[in-house]
Design a binder for this molecule. Structure first.
Ligand code: AMP
Length: 240
């Protein structure tokens, strides 16, 4: 049964870090729509030019553009065993399109993880966050000022959309457009299981709670007598 995971939560909640850990552990690709857009910006493509101003303002790239990007990515063969999506969906229309994409491909259920972190902690994290200026990898929390990226040797820089005004706008957009996804996944999505995770804990504790959610979901989605796979539906809290 494929492991299809989406990470919900505001900027700075640690979704990208946890998505990377989960993807490595279960051998599925991490698909970050923010990273994909930043790559397009670096390569100077038409999509990159279109997205840059939107991203720098803290707004959302249009749904049809994002859905097309994710649809193409999910068609690649490396998603056969599943995926961890980071940063998509961000609106209810995107979530509905994702449900359709998964159903079209008979690709199992979806595990939605909502990572919760208080506002003051989000601001603190976003002000100190750095990424590699060459490959875009996140610097691990606590990385020294003069350290370079272990993947490509690039220097770490602040993201252009991590400054105070843009962070405020991104959090406003999150509340208005992405927060409603929690209700969608908790109540209306036809294929999903929903867990809340307390993201304001040490990294390894958060990872362990995410792993527990994955394992619980996998146990609940056993083989039916006719060989078909059952999808666990429900809502669970594993916060502490
Ligand atoms: P992130 O790295 O996930 O914080 O994304 C950075 C920026 O990319 C966001 O502030 C948006 O401008 C854009 N973006 C990423 N994913 C999406 C999405 N699913 N829908 C719309 N815009 C997105």
């Amino acid at each position: 049964m494929p492991l299809n995971v989406i990470m919900l939560g505001p900027p700075g909640a640690g979704k990208g870090t946890q998505a990377g850990r989960l993807a490595r552990e279960y051998g599925v690709p991490k698909i970050s729509t923010g990273d994909s857009l930043r790559e397009e910006v670096t390569r100077g493509t038409e999509l990159g030019r279109l997205a840059k101003a939107t991203m720098d303002a803290g707004h959302l790239v249009p749904d049809d553009v994002m859905v097309a990007l994710v649809r193409d990515r999910l068609l690649r063969p490396d998603t056969a065993s599943g995926f961890v999506l980071d940063g998509f969906p961000r609106t209810v229309p995107q979530a509905m399109e994702l449900d359709t994409l998964i159903q079209e491909r008979n690709h199992g259920g979806l595990l939605a993880l909502q990572v919760i972190v208080p506002l003051d902690e989000l601001f603190r994290r976003l002000y100190i966050r750095r990424i590699c200026g060459l490959c875009g990898s996140d610097a691990a929390p606590g990385t020294l000022d003069d350290a370079v990226c272990s993947k490509c040797g690039g220097e770490f820089i602040h993201r252009t959309d991590d400054n105070e005004d843009v962070v405020r706008e991104r959090l406003r957009v999150f509340e208005a457009q992405t927060e409603p996804l929690v209700a969608y996944y908790a109540n209306s999505s036809p294929t999903s299981t929903f867990f809340k995770i307390n993201g304001n804990q040490p990294l390894d504790t958060v990872t362990a709670q995410i792993r527990a959610a994955v394992e619980q979901t996998q146990r609940a989605a056993g083989q039916g007598a006719d060989g078909t796979q059952r999808v666990a539906l429900g809502r669970q809290d594993v916060t502490s």
